[in-house]
Write a protein that binds this ligand. Structure first.
Ligand SMILES: C[S@@+](CC[C@H](N)C(=O)[O-])C[C@H]1O[C@@H](n2cnc3c(N)ncnc32)[C@H](O)[C@@H]1O
Length: 278
């Protein structure tokens, strides 16, 4: 059996990180105005999901129109949870509940907004299915999702932005243990405007500390956001956590192309920014 077939049958253990209620509430409390009157779809959630719990408890208060959750059962029959003002009902789906199945895409088509912590292994599929269907979304994911070129292009084009909560988040694992993961961010199509600290670099440029890329000699490699030089007016390749800052006064030029090497060594993907000239 191929790896893809095995993973389809057994599921990918790296996808099983369940969101805690406080994580869901901490972010979604900022979206009430966007959610009013909306048909909401939770596409990777069983009846015990903190997202289901959030909407079940606030169905009336949020003034949402409907809320449907589907849960994936690799190689089996998935479950559908329908939340109403009076509670939730659970019924079997016809298929396995794969978000990409015709059955789930039908539920997507009949919704306005998709909300979940999707599986990281197919984060791109969730994002692009939702974008292509023209639906709004709020997804929890890893900032490393931005390293995928198509994801970064959609972000750079303003099709979605980062949400409110930043930093590490604790998740529940299938065995009941808790695990903190770094780099977790919310990604949303809604026009949220969290207040972010301005990017005010304090480091001083020194050519020996900021090497250029082997194939892109006009771009300087910067190790951490804290290392961004205050006095360098050209292109700087910086970690994606730069988007936790208010980038007024800077322009985002794109991301580094291939091959992504500095002095012959491959480096992590980075965004390219430049100070705007006054
Ligand atoms: C990161 S977990 C989060 C679960 C839940 N949304 C939460 O926040 O607690 C992602 C879930 O997506 C499910 N999943 C994996 N592949 C899927 C697919 N193709 N379609 C829908 N769900 C999938 C996994 O089984 C896993 O439970």
């Amino acid at each position: 059996m191929s790896n893809a077939a095995i993973s389809k049958r057994l599921g990918n253990p790296n996808d099983e990180f369940y969101t805690l209620p406080e994580t869901v509430e901490g972010e979604l409390k900022h979206y009430s105005a966007f959610l009013r009157g909306k048909r909401i779809y939770l596409p990777a959630d069983g009846p015990e999901s903190a997202f289901v719990e959030y909407f079940r408890e606030r169905f009336d208060a949020l003034g949402i129109l409907s809320c449907t959750a589907t849960q994936y059962a690799p190689g089996g029959i998935g479950r559908k949870t329908v939340i109403t003002a009076t509670g939730a009902t659970v019924e079997p789906l016809q298929g396995d509940g794969d978000f990409r199945s015709a059955e789930c895409q039908g539920i997507l088509a009949a919704s306005d907004c998709v909300i979940t912590n999707p599986p990281f292994s197919i984060f791109r599929d969730f994002l692009f299915s939702t974008l292509e269907a023209g639906k709004d979304f709020v997804f929890l994911g890893n900032i490393l999702g931005l390293t995928y070129s198509a994801v970064f292009d959609a972000f750079h084009a303003g099709r979605f932005r980062l949400g409110y909560s930043t930093g590490s988040q604790t998740f529940l694992r299938p065995d009941g243990s808790r695990q903190a993961l770094r780099g977790i961010r919310w990604f949303t199509s809604f026009a949220v405007s969290p207040s972010r600290p301005p990017l005010r670099p304090a480091a001083t440029f020194d050519a020996s500390r900021y090497p250029v890329f082997d194939r892109f000699p006009a771009v300087r490699f910067v190790r951490t956001v804290r290392d961004i030089p205050a006095d360098y007016p050209e292109a700087l390749a910086v970690p994606f956590t730069v988007f936790d800052f208010d980038l007024t006064g800077w322009e985002v030029l794109g991301r580094v192309g291939e091959p992504r090497t500095v002095n012959g060594k491959r480096v992590f993907q980075r965004a390219i920014i430049r100070r705007l000239h006054k």
